[in-house]
Structure formats: structure tokens, C-alpha cells
Design a binder for this molecule. Sequence first.
Ligand SMILES: Cc1cc2nc3c(=O)[nH]c(=O)nc-3n(C[C@H](O)[C@H](O)[C@H](O)COP(=O)(O)OP(=O)(O)OC[C@H]3O[C@@H](n4cnc5c(N)ncnc54)[C@H](O)[C@@H]3O)c2cc1C
Ligand SMILES: Cc1cc2nc3c(=O)[nH]c(=O)nc-3n(C[C@H](O)[C@H](O)[C@H](O)COP(=O)(O)O)c2cc1C
Ligand code: SF4
Length: 658
Amino acid sequence: MKSSETRFPHLLSPGRIGNLEIPNRIVMAPIGSANANADGSVSAANISYYKAIAAGGTGLIVVESTYPDNICSKGEDGELSAADNEKTTGLAVLAQVIHDHFGTKCAIQLCHIGQQLSLKDRMDSWGPSDMEINYGGVPQQFKGMSVDQIKQLEEDFATAAWRAKIAGFDAVEVHASGGHLHNLFLSPLFNKRTDEYGGSIENRSRIVIETVKAVQQRCGKNFPILVRVCGDEFEEGGLTMEDSAAMCRMLDDLGIAAIDMNAGSSSNGQLCPTMYYPRALHVPVAEGFKKLGVRTPIIIAGSINSPELAEKILAEGKADFIGLARPLLADPNWVNKLKAGNPEDIVPCIRCCMGCVGTMEEFNASRGLRCSVNPLCNLGLYRSVAPLKEKKRVGIIGGGPGGMEAARLAALRGHDVTLYEKRELGGAMIEANFDPTLKADIGLLIDYYKAQMNKLPINIIREEASADKILHENFDAVIVATGAHSRGTKVPGHDRSNVFTDIEVTGGKDADLGQRVVVVGGGVIAAEIAVSQAMKGKQVALTTRRGAKMGMLEIAADDSSPGWITIIRMLMQYKIDIHLCLTLKEITEKGITAADPDGNITAVEADSVVICGGFDPNNELYAELKDKVGELYLIGDAVKARLIGDAVHEGWIVANQL
Ligand SMILES: Cc1cc2nc3c(=O)[nH]c(=O)nc-3n(C[C@H](O)[C@H](O)[C@H](O)COP(=O)(O)OP(=O)(O)OC[C@H]3O[C@@H](n4cnc5c(N)ncnc54)[C@H](O)[C@@H]3O)c2cc1C
Ligand SMILES: Cc1cc2nc3c(=O)[nH]c(=O)nc-3n(C[C@H](O)[C@H](O)[C@H](O)COP(=O)(O)O)c2cc1C
Ligand code: SF4
């Protein structure tokens, strides 16, 4: 027996969903890829994306949100369609490509979006009741559905499910979560109806129950149906765990195959929780469902980004299958690496949402699905690891994510690699990992890269590299990945002992800050430091130049939307004293003074001042080496301070073309 089979016996054991035998307990939770053709038909990019996930050993793949009718169920440009018979041919190729990996099963998620906000050619937004709500400052009107429209929608789901069955899918999933139409009916926050579709949980569930029955009638009772369930909206007055479990007991009686559970709402960021939330945060809801008598197998998803955690959940009987969405973007070979006994090779999802959600969420201008830590994600049609043409001696300066990714790939391709790092390996990720509550997941990536640096034949030199040393080595190629440094400030008082930069605080100096802290800056790092200090019981103020147009909503606007929603809520929850539209003028022993746009001066008192004034690249070494080395590359923050994803992708690109 392989070591992984003994370490991960539950994860790697087969399981049943309806009449389907699933080879292991890993289910790909649906991830909209925006890859479909304009008419919703399956594209080559769709096929390539799922081929990679199936090849990686995933037991069951739930293909992304797919619209069932041409009335107004479509939610996003690039969404898949099952709304016409002509779509079945493309869907059949998709199902076939997944089945080409023997044993892997596939379902397809059918979804009526409800709200149309992100669509270029918007149609009506349907909901249970007439309503206007606000999405991040944008008003959105819902039209309450008539009973005839509800019946039509149920029929359309049934016909779309039938098309999926004809196409060769093993199952369908009805989407009743994610803040979409069925979820809106379930939520008392949106459902204000007084007829048989509103009021009690029996009535609010009716549309879900009737949709399932319609699918069963059309596809036969043996055709497995999964329902994506919001276990708890975690909103005051929203759908509760008790009500959601009550609906699931009704679904038990209908004999559905599985509950694919997530939780949260679009306004609390928990549907796609970033690293500010604890890992596996929805597991207690799955456990709660079991205690409340729900009998159908539960697939639990949400921030389960390590195999040890996943195994523990199954071993403790808290759920029956593990749903992975983002972790399979970070590493589609998740299961295969586990089976091979190499869990340390799994590239961890760091729950940054900067690649997957961040690249998708520009309204009408999505750059498509990407992943910060996986340069191949959704680019499999165009990118692959290039075979080695000529073995080179490669020198890499900087052991941050950029340098380590370059070293990893260059060594894997067969180059002779030397990596210089003057501190410990990790780069600015060490500072980014500063708060174990808010930013722990960055530590997973540090661990992953350290393991790879140890396993691969890379010569690691733990000292500062100078131009002389590098030139002396006569490398064929040199990659400079030296990162960036805090810009700080030059205002009067900047050199006082009560002034700290963001890097100093996140690098471990926060014990010196005292009880009252003022953070100067409006970006995400400033917001994180403010929240982190407040969580430690400090009295925290934040001053920023931002805020002229959208007020406090401009803070941390460089975060992904789920991260931004969460950190804004935390700034309020921890009662950070926020001062907008202020420019720092002076730092004194009592705190700071700052000016508003009219020149009026405000004083904010504090024991210490943390300056989050941005970063400047460390590119001097590159300048010294320029024109003296055959092949010379500059990557990551040393080009311009940005994010882990930029450094990883540039490291990969450069290492792949050496
Ligand atoms: C507090 C903080 C929080 C952050 N949070 C996030 C986040 O949540 N998500 C995100 O995506 N990004 C975040 N970032 C940004 C992210 O950490 C950087 O974009 C990323 O680390 C840049 O990678 P890099 O490899 O280009 O450089 P770095 O990670 O900076 O690595 C450069 C390395 O080069 C070494 N070095 C420099 N000169 C030499 C030399 N001459 N010889 C030997 N070694 C040398 C340095 O010691 C360093 O280890 C954060 C940054 C900070 C400071
Ligand atoms: C880019 C992206 C697209 C998503 N698309 C869907 C979708 O089409 N249907 C759905 O039910 N959930 C969707 N989700 C939510 C995921 O299925 C999952 O519940 C969530 O990401 C939490 O799980 P994870 O931590 O494993 O990523 C999406 C998430 C992301 C990041
Ligand atoms: S972009 Fe970030 S959150 Fe999204 S899958 Fe990749 S690592 Fe995870």
C-alpha cells in the first residue's frame, strides 16, 4: 500500500453518488470559466480546461454554471448554454473528454442567474419579488416572477437536464445557491411573496423541489440529481442552517443523489472566502445538517486547501465528499499527486482571488479565468513546459515567489540552477504572511516552494549577490528577482522613532507600536495592518487620501471583490477610526497632522505611525549587470511592485524560454 493511501485513506477511497461509483472523494466544485463561445456553445478552451482537471485524477467534475433557457437565465458573457438542442453536440464532446479519463464522472450545473448585472446585453433580472438592491454601489432592479414564469422555468430546467443526459453527462446539478434565482426564493431577505412560493420554508423551497421533480420526470428517477445548496447565508434575516436543512430533508425524500454545499452570500464574501476567513469554514454547517437529520450525501466546499484538512473532515464524518473549486485551479493534479504519495508537490491555493475572481470580475471586460500560483491555468491550449534545447548555467537572484518559480521550472527543464537569497527563502511572502489569522495561506505557498527548492537539484547560496559575484560565475543566463522596498515618506518627522514602514511592522516590529496606532495609507496592505492591529486590541485609526468619490469603499480597492467586501466589513467590525481625503503633512511625537483638499489641518493622535506608502523596485543589481551578461531578465516586484501572481507568472515565462 502506498504511503498516501495510508495517510489519506478516506480521500482516496471510492464513494457513491446516486448510482454512480466515484473513484475518490474529490469533487470539482463548479467554477465558471467564461470560456464558452458567444452563443454559449462549448469551445476548445472549455474542453482543454476540463481535460486538465480530469487528467489530474478528480473523481467527479461538476461542470460550471450553464444556462437552461434563452429568456433571461444567462448570467455572464462566456457562460455555457444548454438552452437549445444544438448545444448537445458540444456538450457531448465535453462529457466524452472528461470520460476519457477512465472512472472520472461528470455532472453539469444548471443555473438561472436571477440578477443580470454582469452581462453585456442585459435582459430582465428575475427574482421572487419586485425589488431594487445595491451591488457595490450599482442599483439593480428585480422583477418578481409570475407563477406561469416559474412553471416555464421548471420545464426549461428539465429540458436542459435532458439535453445534458443525451450528451452523456452522468448527472445534473440544480444551482440553488450563490445568490442566484433559486437561492433568492429561499432567502427571506429577497423573497417577500405571499403566495405558495413565499413565507414558510416549505413555500420558499417549492421552486427547488418542483425543479427537481420536473428533472426527475423528464430524465427518469435513476438519473442522478445534485443540488447546490447554500447551507446558511450568514446574514441577519437571511436563509438559516435550520431552514436550509429543512429543505434538504424534503430533497432526501425525493431521492436526490447529493447535496453540493457551500454557504454565505455575495455581500459577506463567504461564498468564495478569501484568506481573511478561516479554512474549511463551512464544515460546521455540513456537520449541522447531519445532526439535523439530512440523509443525502454531502459534498462540502469552501477553503479546503490542504489534503490533511480534507482527510480530517472525512475521517471525522463531517461530510461525505470534498468539493474543491479554487484548489483545482491552483493544481489540477491534486489527486494524482496525492495518489503518488507527494502531497508536498500540490501547489496550494492561497485564497487570494486575485487570479480567479480578480481577472473575471471587470464588468463586460473579463480577462478570463487565471490563477496566481498556476501559470498554466486555463491556458493549456497555448502554454506548456518547453523541452530543453540546450542546458544552461542559470543564476537567479532572489528567493521570493518569482525567483523560486523560475528556479523550479528551470531545474525541472534540466538547467543547472543556482539561486541566491540573502535572507531565508520566501521573499516578501514572509511579510505578507504576517498575521496568522488574516494571512496564513501565504504560508502554504512558502512551504510549497521551500519543499520544491529542497527536492530539486538547485544550488542555493544563502548570501547577498553582488554584480561582481554574479559576473565571476559567468552564467549563461541571469534572472534578477530582487523584489521591492517600502517607499516610506519624507514628510517632516519621518525619521522619528515612532514611525514604522509597512514592511517593518509586518516583518515583526509590531510589538513596538504601543496601544494607539495610526496607519497612513488606503491600499489593501494598510487595511490589513489596521485590522490586524485592531484584532490585537489596539486602538487604530486609518488616514488616506482616498475617498473623494465613493467614500470608505475606495479603501483596499486593489483587493479582489470577495477580499474587499470582507476587509471593508472587518474595518467596520473592528471600529477602525477612518479619516478620508487627507494628505499626510507631518509626524510628531503625538501622532500625525494631515490636510483635507481645502487645506484644513486635522490631527490624529497615536503612539506610533505606520506608513503604507507603496513600494519601489530593487533594480540596481539589474542595472549593474545590464549588457554584461548574455541573457539577463528582470521579473516580479523588481520590475514594479505588484502581487505574488505577477512574480510567479513572470518567473515561469522566463524559465520556460531559457
Ligand atoms: C505586507 C505585504 C503583504 C502582501 N500581501 C500580498 C497578498 O496578500 N497577495 C499577493 O499576491 N501579494 C502580496 N504582497 C506582495 C508580494 O509579496 C510580492 O508581490 C511578491 O513577493 C513579489 O515577489 P518577488 O519574487 O518579485 O520579490 P520578493 O518576494 O520581494 O523577493 C525578493 C527576494 O530577493 C532577495 N534579494 C534581494 N536582493 C538580493 C541580493 N542582492 N542577493 C540575494 N538576495 C536578494 C530578498 O531578500 C527577497 O527575499 C504583499 C507584500 C507585502 C509586503
Ligand atoms: C472564479 C469562480 C467561479 C465560480 N463559479 C461558480 C459556478 O459557476 N457555480 C457555483 O455554484 N459556484 C461557483 N463558484 C464557487 C465555487 O464553486 C466554490 O463554492 C467556492 O469557490 C468555494 O470553494 P473553494 O474554496 O474550493 O474555491 C465559483 C468560484 C470562483 C472562484
Ligand atoms: S487565484 Fe488565488 S484564490 Fe484563485 S485559485 Fe489561484 S491561488 Fe486560489
